[in-house]
Design a protein around this ligand. Structure first.
Ligand SMILES: [Zn+2]
Length: 384
């Protein structure tokens, strides 16, 4: 996030401000100075921008906290001039959960607008908000209007807006994820074209044209992601797992394994004993053992054993889900006898996403080498 500034943490989630966001206050101050408008006018405008910005953070927090209820973490929240993004680690697959997560953002704006209306209307009436007599009431009126606009805009049934996700989730309940995504993407792109035409020929609004382009591309991306995800359903772990890798024999010493890991540029290594999978050892664990003057302790005593394993006949999305939940960078693939057959890594999944359809038709990897062969090789070299 080099182009973003971390401005704080909300509910344990880091909040970043994209640098382009700073163009807004810069514009207010510079145009204020250029036109010689009064200082309190500029302060009112800056307060308004800050209030909108707070509403956007709360909107994104709505998504993030709803996702948290379903066990999905949020990496961060990024605020940009055209809106915010809560970057969820994944979108809940279950339609009902996706529906709740998508609707939670606009629901926050409904709450903000309702609370502000409930406070101000009894005091000054609707007319007082429509034709404000003070900077304060004008500010509250504008904040309410922006929240109402955020609800309407976000609920447009077009990816990647919240409304698009709501539509997809509702359709998914009846027809499955892929078909629902295809239809929702088509609806979104049609909406984008209509928005673009309206911006270009009716409202003469360049911002609307920009948003239409953003929505059009977002919908295409979402449809493509769903197609790839669906094609992965047919691909098995055995078709894409890494079969050329180094494993450390369980009886190897910590100091030897540390040297080996560094020379092979590995941060973690699977540990085997006669081909039997034992666990995964991290370079930090090895370094800690050496630092604590236990260089001869065996890797078998240091490795992590409580791990999720997969079989080669499992589908790729299942493995991807296990890997996502794992604290390790690789997921071991073992056979019925507990022998380590391969590894699934993020890179391997990315490759499967790109070349998945090709991989299904390929003959099995000719490059399989059992890790115990590596051990024998290392023994021959007399380095264990
Ligand atoms: Zn949203």
């Amino acid at each position: 996030m080099s182009k973003s500034i971390r401005i704080g943490t909300a509910a344990g989630i880091p909040v970043f401000l994209h640098w382009t966001f700073l163009l807004i206050p810069a514009y207010i101050i510079l145009s204020g100075l250029a036109t010689g408008s009064p200082v309190f006018g500029m302060i009112a405008d800056l307060t308004f921008v800050t209030a909108i910005f707070a509403c956007v953070v709360l909107h994104e927090l709505g998504h993030a906290l709803a996702a948290r209820r379903f066990g999905v973490r949020t990496r961060d929240i990024i605020l940009m001039p055209i809106g915010g993004v809560a970057r969820l680690e994944k979108m809940p697959k279950h339609p009902r959960e996706e529906l709740i997560v998508a609707i939670a953002g606009p629901a926050v704006n409904v709450i903000i607008a309702s609370v502000l209306l409930a406070i101000t209307v009894p005091l000054i009436g609707v007319d007082g908000l429509m034709t404000p007599t003070s900077l304060g009431t004008s500010l509250v009126g504008k904040v309410i209007a922006v929240n109402l606009a955020m609800i309407v805009f976000n609920m447009l049934p077009a990816f990647p807006l919240d409304g698009g996700r709501v539509l997809r989730a509702l359709l998914s309940l009846g027809m499955g994820h892929l078909r629902a995504t295809r239809i929702a993407a088509k609806v979104g792109q049609t909406m984008a074209v209509l928005l673009g035409v309206a911006g270009l020929f009716v409202l003469y609004n360049p911002m609307l044209i920009f948003i239409a382009g953003f929505v059009f591309l977002g919908a295409a991306q979402e449809a493509e992601a769903a197609e790839t995800e669906a094609s992965l359903e047919d691909l098995h772990v055995g078709d894409m797992m890494i079969t050329r890798f180094d494993a450390i024999p369980a009886q190897a010493s910590a100091v030897w394994a540390l040297r080996f890991a560094m020379s092979a540029n590995k941060h973690e290594l699977p540990v085997v004993s006669s081909g039997q999978f034992e666990g995964i050892v991290r370079i930090e664990d090895l370094a800690a053992a050496v630092a604590e003057e236990q260089p001869e302790i065996s890797v078998g005593q240091l490795c992590h054993r409580q791990l999720k394993l997969v079989r080669s006949n499992e589908t790729v999305p299942v493995a991807a889900e296990h890997l996502q939940a794992s604290q390790f960078a690789s997921l071991p693939v073992v056979d019925a006898f507990g022998h380590l057959e391969g590894l699934v890594t993020r890179d391997a999944i990315l490759a499967a996403r790109r070349f998945g359809s090709l991989l299904v038709t390929l003959p099995p990897s000719p490059l399989r080498e059992r890790p115990d062969e590596l051990r024998q090789h290392l023994t021959r070299m007399q380095i264990v």
